[in-house]
Design a protein around this ligand. Sequence first.
Ligand SMILES: Nc1ncnc2c1ncn2[C@@H]1O[C@H](COP(=O)(O)OP(=O)(O)OP(=O)(O)O)[C@@H](O)[C@H]1O
Ligand SMILES: [Mg+2]
Length: 362
Amino acid sequence: MVKINKIHFNNFRNFTNYEILFEKKINILFGENGCGKTNILEGISLNSKGRGLRNSSISNLIKKKEHNFLIKNNLEINNNFFDIEILTENKNDKLKKIIRVNNDSSKDSIDILNQYISFLIFVPEMERLFQASPSYRRNFIDRLIFSSKNNYNSLINKYKKFLLERIKILQKNIIDNDWLNQIEKDISLLGLEIYQLRHSQINFINNNLKILKKDHNFQFNLTLQIKDEFFNADLSFEEYLSYLFNSRSHDKQFGGAKIGPHKSDILAIINNDFDASLLSTGQQKTIVLMILLAQCNYLVNYKKINPILLLDEIGSHLDSYNREILLDMINRFEIQFFLTGTDKNLFSFVSTNAQFYNITDL
Ligand SMILES: Nc1ncnc2c1ncn2[C@@H]1O[C@H](COP(=O)(O)OP(=O)(O)OP(=O)(O)O)[C@@H](O)[C@H]1O
Ligand SMILES: [Mg+2]
């Protein structure tokens, strides 16, 4: 099991000095609006690569009028204990997030941490996942890929960088053809890899939902699909490259690239009949919880990864179906949960092995 036993915030968001001990598997953080519940989940999420649950700029993470933050965690991984420090460093007027594992910030020790630590996240905006823009849905699927493949972000970043580079070359008066051909090869390789990873991720979800259906009476029959004019499961590198070549004049004129995984959408088909955008927000929450349950099953049983679940404002909008999925997730897996809500009573249905924390802004 991967478990956070203790966390201490110093000059992080609204906290000057705030420490919490987490002894149980299920941790319920409740309190008034603005007391810092989401900030705590965000602080926990910073243990993995990137800028955390809100994808916020680093400067916004630091308490107003302060210069740096420090988060100290005590992390337990399969009965081994690690002291993890997350802090900011100001270098050449640029803020950087640094992680230290037992006082060591070498790549090797961070790699070990990344290998074990994985978060699955619910934020309230996800109740509109299927009414939001395609980029929001792509990010949602990308986060799920990232939960078992922690170098996935750098793949996406490289892909975006090469797309920009290609446009710069195309818009020059004199074009360096060798350079352009090379960039298009790189884009095709990376684009194909992203397509394939998303395609596999969606298959994992669909397959795990089928497995779970055997002992779970889901309200909906759910199938995820990639919607993309260009992608099919047999798409080859050569085809990709020639499409890019043929869209040069279009891309030069309009910028970006006409084709590629940055254009995909993710559809959720309900009962083989209609799109999830037609569902109510509470029902969309059901779909997101079903996907998280399936992803948990995939990670725990097939990848041997024990994710930590960060479920923000999960307490509201929970009808009996949503409660059932959440309880199934809690009962089925030996993993740590952090749930937030404004009122303790919203969680009265979670009776076993839960600890309640009344968060107060000190
Ligand atoms: N950099 C910062 N410095 C100081 N305070 C901050 C900073 N960033 C955010 N805050 C404050 O932190 C407070 C708590 O925010 P948070 O989003 O964690 O609240 P919450 O408990 O999740 O509330 P809600 O129930 O409304 O979701 C807010 O009042 C916000 O203004
Ligand atoms: Mg909040």
